[in-house]
Design a protein around this ligand. Structure first.
Ligand code: PLP
Length: 447
């Protein structure tokens, strides 16, 4: 299994990071800009830490995915994976542009409905859906449920029958292929918890046709996240195609294959996953089967669209081989570096910082964990107290994984659209942090 990437080459320079992030630019007066909006102006107004998402970048990347599919001659629906970034503003863009959503919980389902995405365009994935979540989804007439086990199939049949509904289902098949990504985000190996073992899929699909309340329409697969090579996609789709052929040969209809998400982005200097290559794999393996296809991308469309702004609280250097830059953002805001050893680009905001000599420094947050480290020996200009930076590619798996650890309020969020910026979440207040907590009633009576 592929493990952590081992970087033997030099980190990309600030100029290289700018070149690989076309929605970022520098202005000699305003410094770092996102979609033409000065990030310093946002930080001046709202303080830091603060998340910023570029709506046009999200729109363009989704469009590129759709175009890649259409150009490959494929009929593909895009169901955005809500878990990557579940903000209502993001979901309403998804809905307005005509895309659907892939959800993994009742909470995500409720968000899609609040954001106006029709239930028929929503697909319910997830390895453990509660009865209450299934009842809600089936009651709404959800577009599709991806079934993850034999037991779940029976549960869905019983709930749909009780509600007098027909649930459209696919079986999520575990193709047992190595997505060649980080162990914590690989999902398509036989010993991962996800999906139905390949060898059981055909028999279970046949069983689905015998159960009341179900309308079996096909298969789904999702092999992992941050996938940069097309080989695992080819391998997975080839197996699904075999399954479709053999199931059809036994006389059962297969209308759809849900091809999952997982296309990777360039955090450091990887060549990002290409939607055109994904479309090529789908076409090569599944293109001649007359199927309706769908994909569930999360990270690819929205990851690069977001940055996390932060300020330097102080520099710590006495007696240390490498100094520390202590930020006001921490692992409770962005957990990816401590959870996955993820590498994120860091750019300064001030215009003058782009022309200074760089030197290695550790970039850390103030949380009481050594794992609260964003970067080690990162080459940065001489930043100090009150300097600001942007941590790049935080649009996906950023805010959604934030916590209040160390009683740190959730950061504010901003949407940039057509040269304007709007607050889409105010910084959590201290009261909001504990408003749902109650104290036990004081003891009454005598012992
Ligand atoms: C997480 C997930 C996705 C999205 O993965 P990305 O790597 O963000 O594209 C899609 N489908 C399912 C079932 C998932 O669990």
């Amino acid at each position: 299994m592929a493990d952590l990437p081992v970087y033997t080459d030099a980190d990309p320079s600030l100029a290289e990071l700018l070149a690989t992030h076309p929605h970022l630019s520098t202005d000699p007066l305003c410094g770092l800009m996102l979609e033409g909006v000065a990030l310093n102006a946002i930080a001046d107004a709202l303080g830091t830490p603060c998340w910023v998402i570029g709506a046009n970048t999200l729109r363009q990347r989704l469009k590129r995915m759709q175009t890649a599919m259409t150009d490959a001659g494929l009929d593909v629906r895009i169901h955005y994976a809500v878990k990557a970034n579940d903000h209502l503003s993001v979901l309403s863009i998804i809905g307005q542009e005509g895309y659907g959503a892939d959800i993994v919980s009742g909470g995500e389902l409720a968000r899609t409905q609040k954001a106006g995405i029709p239930a028929q365009r929503v697909v319910f994935s997830g390895v453990g859906k509660s009865d209450a979540e299934l009842e809600h989804a089936i009651g709404l007439g959800i577009g599709q449920i991806n079934v993850e086990s034999a037991e779940e199939l029976e549960i869905i049949s019983a709930i749909a029958t009780r509600l007098g509904k027909q649930a459209r289902i696919t079986l999520r098949v575990n193709p047992d292929v190595d997505a060649e990504t980080h162990a914590k985000i690989t999902t398509g190996l036989a010993d991962n918890k996800f999906g139905i073992p390949f060898a059981n899929a055909a028999a279970l699909y046949a069983r689905a046709f015998t159960l009341p309340g179900l309308r079996p329409v096909g298969f789904a697969t999702h092999i992992g996240s941050q996938i940069l090579s097309t080989a695992p996609y080819h391998a997975a789709y080839a197996r699904i195609a075999d399954l479709v052929r053999s199931v059809r040969a036994s006389g059962l209809a297969v209308e759809v294959v849900d091809c999952g998400g997982g296309l990777g982005i360039s955090y450091r200097n990887e060549v990002e996953g290409q939607p055109e290559a994904l479309a090529g794999a789908m076409r090569a393996e599944l293109g001649d089967l007359g199927l309706r296809l769908s994909i569930e991308p999360g990270r690819w469309p929205i990851g690069p669209a977001g940055v996390l702004l932060s300020s330097v609280i102080l520099r710590k250097e006495e007696g240390l081989p490498s100094p520390f830059l202590v930020l006001d953002a921490a692992m409770n805001d962005l957990v990816r570096p401590s959870m996955y050893e993820a590498w994120h680009g860091i750019l300064p905001l001030a215009p003058q910082d782009f022309s200074q000599p760089v030197a290695p420094i550790h970039v850390v947050g103030p949380v009481c964990e050594s794992g609260d480290t964003f970067a080690r020996d990162r080459l940065l200009p001489p930043l100090g107290r009150a300097s600001r930076i942007a941590i790049l590619d935080t649009g996906a798996y950023g805010t959604v994984m934030s916590s209040n650890y160390n009683s740190r309020p959730l950061a504010s969020e901003v949407l940039v659209e057509n040269g304007q910026w709007t607050v889409i979440r105010h910084r959590q207040t201290l009261e909001e942090m504990w408003q749902d907590e109650t104290l036990p009633a004081p003891p009454t009576g005598k012992a």
